[in-house]
Design a protein around this ligand. Structure first.
Ligand code: AMP
Length: 285
């Protein structure tokens, strides 16, 4: 496998991007790459002539007091994964390259969908995320962009941005990659002690329990998931919701159809999220 071209400056990236022919798939990451990211790169590799990976820890989507300063930075390892998965080009800029004028005055607003669930706990997070995604799409000019279902609200908001602002890129969602015991892969898992990791398993276990109850309706799904979480007092649950995957509103008891069961909890000092898409009450005929 040939090593990807690694760029840090805009002109350097633009030159290398100009040499890529045909369709281009992009995978945007904050670094600390793991098998979840690798799966996105592989999918992009399968569906495009060329693959670009961006590695950028975006300060705009971290609020004061969040984990920006301690977020794992593992560039050499990240580049090895990019090479192994056949990426052609890596763009790993520093914040002053992405924001040459400092904090941008004009930003993308996530709107009401950006104020619920993750957005309620992390004010401004989705505006910052959409702003950098928009900038990186404008810099990379991809045919397709790949995002993980693990960050379901992020994926939904990126799809909405592309529709609402008439952007010409295809957004592809990729199912969540998990450890064999169910834990969703996340760069933030690196913060977990062995004991924390045991506690963290209650998130995916709760989702599995909810999923198993899907044919019995929304109340049963919520109850089954909640019963798992209450047995783990060391997980401080922020939310556990069964929502419409498009509006993110809680589904009513009579609801039947596609829904999203999503959970966020703090384990030790680490905030974790997970979700599972499911069909409640059996698929309508
Ligand atoms: P991050 O580096 O955490 O910003 O993630 C970069 C991309 O990888 C996002 O589209 C994430 O949704 C995706 N991603 C992160 N973890 C996983 C996972 N466990 N499975 C699938 N995609 C993931």
């Amino acid at each position: 496998m040939t090593a990807p071209v690694v760029t840090h400056a805009r002109t350097e990236f633009a030159d290398a991007r100009g040499r890529l022919g045909g369709s281009v798939g992009v995978v945007m990451t904050m670094g600390a790459l793991h098998e979840g990211h690798a799966t996105l790169i592989r999918r992009a590799r399968e569906e495009n002539d060329a693959v670009v990976v961006t590695i950028f820890l975006n300060p705009l989507q971290f609020a004061a007091g969040e984990d920006l300063s301690r977020y794992p930075r593992t560039l050499q390892h990240d580049l090895e994964i990019c090479e192994r998965e056949g990426a052609d080009l890596v763009f790993a800029p520093s914040p002053d390259v992405v924001y040459p004028d400092g904090e941008p005055g004009v930003r993308v607003s996530a709107g009401p969908l950006g104020g619920v669930l993750e957005g309620a706990s992390r004010p401004g997070h989705f505006d910052g995320m959409l702003t950098v995604v928009n900038k990186l799409l404008n810099i990379v000019h991809p045919t397709r962009a790949y995002y993980g279902q693990k960050d379901a609200q992020q994926l939904l908001l990126i799809k909405r941005m592309v529709r609402d602002l008439d952007m010409s890129v295809e957004i592809v969602g990729v199912p969540t990659v998990r450890e064999s015991d169910g834990l969703a892969l996340s760069s933030r898992n690196a913060y977990l002690s062995d004991a924390d990791r045991e506690v963290a398993l209650c998130l995916s276990k709760a989702l599995q329990a909810g999923e198993a109850a899907r044919n019995s309706g929304p109340a049963a799904v919520r109850r089954a998931a909640r019963d798992v979480l209450v047995r783990e007092p060391l997980a401080l649950v922020d939310y556990l919701v069964l929502v419409d995957p498009v509006t993110l509103e809680q589904v009513p008891e009579y609801f039947r159809g596609e829904a999203l069961l999503a959970v966020a909890a703090k384990v030790g000092t680490t905030r974790l999220i997970d979700n599972v898409p499911l069909v409640v009450g059996g698929r309508e005929a």
